[in-house]
Write a protein that binds this ligand. Structure first.
Ligand code: FES
Ligand SMILES: [Fe+2]
Length: 337
């Protein structure tokens, strides 16, 4: 095997690659959909997962995930929104088929007059895999996603029970970035740029580069940096997810789901003890500062990768080993050389 190389520039921003990722890469994994506290019992929320309209509901038996598609003629049962809302039943706006929050058909209009015998039990909503872990709702669209414990391998090994510590959602940030998700993901796995590009923000949090420690799992990877009270842990994991864990229990969930071949969404949730709530605005402002510094870089990288003549990436540095680690996994799943 030769020296590791970065992925070729041609895979960044290409429509055919994005389409292959939707088939070969993204369905293998679990995706954090929402902090669980944002979906109280008796509520529902429609959102998008990998381009699919999906529906989160919370009946008494626990949260559920469905395709947001009426089994009769495929219309969405609920309009997509930002916040979950109280919902006793889901009534299809087209012909009025009515579902409970468990996805069971409860009534159809003029039920006696179908052209063949009609049984409500034959027409439940299409259910998708859902799990609760680390205070988050995780959904999948593939029939056979990797077990979540594997996707979180190094996270569970290193952070263990810390992950399940009770937390409140302290705040969120959301931006659209003009770059392929892989550029944003690479950048967040990139421990080479921090001292240079974030001298007064993230670099202060992470401390001197000589104290950086890396660990590579089968799926996830880790940068640990010592700080007062313990280690600051920055996990990178597939598909485009990062978990940042402070010794005081604060957790940042940061992900870059694709919006288009050359666009992604930066979605950040800050969680922590309730006592942090009064400072939540300041904490978010700090995070926003370094994310803004990154935004300029990732959008410039996308422009550079797309420009002619074709770009040939330089050699990976030791502090870029988490990028190389993720790219090896990406190549394997995408069947790239
Ligand atoms: S499409 Fe929903 S009831 Fe007909
Ligand atoms: Fe950065």
């Amino acid at each position: 095997m030769g020296a590791p190389r970065f992925l070729p520039a041609g895979v960044y921003g290409a429509a055919a690659v994005a389409e292959a990722e939707r088939r070969l890469y993204a369905p293998r994994f679990w995706h954090p959909l929402l902090p669980v506290e944002r979906l109280p019992e008796g509520q529902a929320l429609a959102l998008e997962l990998l381009g699919l309209p999906v529906l989160l509901t919370h009946p008494p038996g626990g949260p559920r995930l469905f395709l947001n598609r009426c089994p009769h003629r495929a219309v969405a049962l609920l309009d997509a929104g930002e916040e979950a809302r109280p919902c006793r039943r889901l009534v299809c706006p087209y012909h009025g088929w009515t579902y409970d929050l468990e996805g069971r058909l409860q009534a159809a209009a003029r039920e006696a007059d179908f052209l063949e015998p009609f049984r409500r039990d034959d027409w439940p909503l299409e259910s998708l895999p859902l799990q609760v872990r680390a205070g988050l709702l995780w959904g999948a669209i593939g029939p056979d996603p990797l077990p979540l414990e594997q996707q979180l391998d190094l996270v569970l090994e290193v952070a263990g029970a810390e992950l399940e510590r009770p937390r409140r959602l302290l705040g969120t940030l959301r931006r659209s970035l003009a770059c392929d998700w892989k550029i944003a993901h690479d950048n967040t796995l990139d421990d080479y740029h921090v001292a240079i590009a974030h001298p007064t923000t993230l670099h202060r949090e992470q401390g001197p580069v000589c104290h950086y420690r890396h660990q590579l799992g089968q799926w996830a990877n880790l940068l640990a940096t010592p700080m007062q009270g313990g280690d600051f842990l920055t996990f990178g994991l597939p598909p485009w997810l990062h978990l940042l864990l402070w010794p005081d229990g604060r957790l940042v969930v940061l992900q870059f789901p694709p919006e288009a071949p050359d666009r992604c969404r930066m979605e950040l949730w800050l969680l922590g003890e309730e006592a942090w709530l009064p400072q939540a605005g300041d904490l978010l402002a700090e995070l926003e500062r370094f994310l803004q510094e990154d935004r300029r870089l990732v959008e410039a990288a996308q422009a550079g990768y797309g420009a002619l003549p074709p770009f040939r990436p330089g050699p990976p540095h030791r502090l870029e080993q988490r990028i190389v680690h993720h790219q090896a996994l990406y190549r394997r799943l995408m069947v790239l050389a």
